[in-house]
Design a protein around this ligand. Structure first.
Ligand code: 4AD
Ligand code: MG
Length: 408
């Protein structure tokens, strides 16, 4: 029997007189008896049953999970209402729960205030055009177009002006028409915002500390569950993680990254050029080039990035103080930046984008006690994918949503 508290099953030993034809794999049972020391090597304890009651029988012939079978993840994905009873998903969801707690603790222990940023919003933080718009049967419910949030960042910026260090950890939504193994339409993002910081290095240090602290906690709190992944799915991952926890993450600039990529130009479908976005194949190459370790790429082209990023005022290759953290096997895990806190810079950028009216409130923040600040967002599912070595993002979230699929 298993109650979901751990990967381990508790062996029940019963007299044949207690046999019951409803007592099949998958059924819900209530067992009373004595917990005794087990003579078997594989377990400490076993339950000597005195009574067994089948609370809810299970039709084994149509039950899609089979006893003692290691079902592939693609197979159990078809049964989102049942797959949490499978060992792998069971372990994953316990790890997910511990990782959530570890992330909250990291921020609380370091003096951050947790903010519930809204799910319904009238802004498009990233300006990437992949918003889910909310339609209400009763028309004009909000009087303005409303969307599911793509990021809590702008709301966190409001709060960092009052509380200095803030974070949020909630669902975010992107209508990315992608079937890739690292994109979801609904995913969880951990976001932090820090006031009184003028250096991108400070933001990167928080990313690195968060990553290492949360990972060490997860490894020490759920060793058996994590082992299941490392042993059966990603045998090299355990050693790589241990190395990663000991070493400092590597940093390169976007311009250096493009130079590295250009030297291997023939390897890529998309030819790397200064000013172009890094493609998945480029990110993979960079991570490999740096020795399969996490890599910060900093200072991206001004024209590639959203309006809120701080102008580096350099040239002729004009950049902003942006950072992406790339990790082996997954690619981009975090994105962050210093924010443009100078009113004239922000005003002229918003004007060029025709966004001045929509962002009056955001400009206000620069008029009323503006401070240098910055922050970042980490995709929680990509984080789990990376530490556990899970190939497909659909297997690290309880109910995956992606284009053409919204089961349950
Ligand atoms: O790089 P992104 O778009 O950054 C932001 O939204 C910033 N406003 C965050 C901030 O500075 N507060 O997204 C952050 C991270 C990505 O690096 C990636 O890990 C994850 O969110 N992400 C996704 N994860 C799963 N499915 C998707 N469709 C994702 N899009 C982004
Ligand atoms: Mg990004």
């Amino acid at each position: 029997i298993n109650d979901g508290s751990s990967l381990e099953n508790l062996q029940v030993v019963a007299d044949p007189s207690l046999e019951n034809r409803d007592l099949t794999f998958g059924s819900a049972v209530e067992v009373q008896g004595k917990l005794v020391k087990s003579p078997h090597k594989m377990q400490n304890m076993e339950l000597k049953a005195e009574t067994i009651r089948v609370v809810g029988p299970c039709d084994i012939w149509s039950f899609p999970l089979k006893m003692k079978e290691r079902h592939p993840l693609e197979y159990v994905r078809q049964f989102p209402h049942l797959r949490c009873r499978n060992n792998t998903l069971g372990s994953l969801l316990r790890i997910r729960s511990e990782a959530t707690a570890a992330i909250h603790s990291f921020f609380q222990d370091n003096g951050y205030v947790h903010i519930h940023t809204p799910i319904i919003t009238s802004n498009d933080c990233e300006g990437a055009g992949d918003l889910f718009q909310i339609e209400v049967k009763k028309t004009h419910f909000f009087n303005v177009p409303a969307f599911l949030t793509v990021s809590g960042q702008l709301h966190l910026e409001v709060m960092s002006g009052a509380f200095t260090h803030v974070f949020t950890f909630g669902p975010t939504f992107r209508a990315e028409n992608s079937q890739s193994r690292r994109h979801l339409a609904e995913f969880y993002m951990v976001e932090a915002e820090l006031s009184f910081t003028e250096s991108l290095q400070d933001i990167m240090q928080v990313m690195e500390d968060l990553f290492k602290t949360a990972t060490s906690t997860v490894l020490s709190k759920c060793p058996r569950d994590v082992e299941l992944f490392h042993k059966y799915m990603a045998p090299a991952q355990k050693d790589r993680l241990e190395q990663m926890l000991k070493n400092k993450f590597v940093t390169i600039s976007y311009s250096e990254a493009v130079e590295i990529l250009k030297r291997a130009s023939q390897t890529f479908t998309f030819k790397p050029e200064w000013g172009c976005d890094l493609q998945t194949e480029h990110e993979k190459y960079l991570v490999k080039h740096c020795g399969e370790v996490p890599v910060f790429v900093i200072n991206y082209p001004y024209d590639l990035k959203p309006f809120y990023m701080r102008d580096n005022e350099d040239g002729p290759q004009h950049t902003v103080a942006a950072v992406d953290l790339l990790v082996p096997g997954v690619g981009e895990l975090c994105g962050g930046s210093l924010r443009e806190e100078r009113l004239p810079f922000l005003e002229s950028r918003l004007q060029r984008l025709g966004l001045t009216d929509a962002y009056q409130w955001y400009l206000d923040l620069r008029k009323f006690g503006s401070v240098p600040h910055g922050g970042f967002g980490m995709g929680f599912e990509r984080y789990l994918q990376y530490i556990l070595g899970v190939d497909n993002i659909k297997d690290v979230i309880p109910f995956p949503r992606f284009s053409h699929s919204c089961l349950l």
